[in-house]
Design a protein around this ligand. Structure first.
Ligand code: HEC
Length: 170
């Protein structure tokens, strides 16, 4: 399934899919447990479906370049999706949701000092526990100023954070 999609991928999309598929696990990290492996496979599949939906819904008019031309916040993407519906983008509500979530997870910027735990969970592909720990840390120790501040949050997945570091806003 992935092979059919890869040729059309921009590098950004290819990179996000590889990260989601867990291919960048350094060798020093122990192999995932069975439940982690299932979780990772589900995430990878969700991104393959999400990507295919984005390509089907968005590419016919202008390709995918406008999507990666600038890093937008969730609010900005929300406005863009509304604009694209008005421009004639077609899809079921489920498809719009899949496309939107794909874009939010893989392309959007997130202000880690303002986002809710739910937003962090989706964007960082983390458990609710880690998302709450992030909110907790900024409430107790003050706003995050750098990526290094974020890395100190107990339980945070450094690999996932690293993959998104250019999209973190403070
Ligand atoms: C029916 C044609 C059509 C479809 C389908 C479409 N767009 Fe667009 N899109 C346009 C047009 C026309 C423009 C340029 C005009 C503008 O910026 O208002 C544009 C511009 C954009 C831009 C850059 C301009 C901006 O608003 O900042 C982004 C980002 C974008 N589209 C994203 C998407 C996404 C995401 C989808 C799929 C959900 C999508 N488009 C589907 C017609 C379409």
């Amino acid at each position: 399934m992935v092979n059919g999609i890869i040729p059309a991928l921009s590098l950004v999309f290819a990179a996000t899919m590889l990260v989601s598929a867990g291919n960048q696990t350094p060798q020093t990290v122990p192999p995932p447990s069975a439940s982690e492996a299932i979780h990772m496979a589900a995430q990878a599949e969700r991104d393959v479906i999400g990507y295919a939906t984005v390509e089907r819904m968005c590419a016919p008019c202008h390709g995918l370049e406008p999507l990666v031309a600038a890093v937008r916040t969730k609010e900005e993407w929300d406005a863009t999706f509304t604009k694209m519906r008005e421009a004639g983008a077609q899809g079921s509500e489920l498809e719009f949701q899949q496309a939107f979530e794909y874009v939010i997870r893989n392309l959007s910027a997130l202000n880690v000092n303002k986002a809710t735990a739910k937003e962090i969970e989706l964007w960082l592909d983390e458990s609710d526990k880690v998302a709450l720990a992030i909110v907790d840390a900024r409430n107790t120790s003050g706003a995050f100023k750098t990526i290094d501040d974020l890395k100190k949050v107990p339980g945070i997945d450094l690999k996932k954070l690293e993959a998104r570091k250019d999209r973190v806003r403070f």
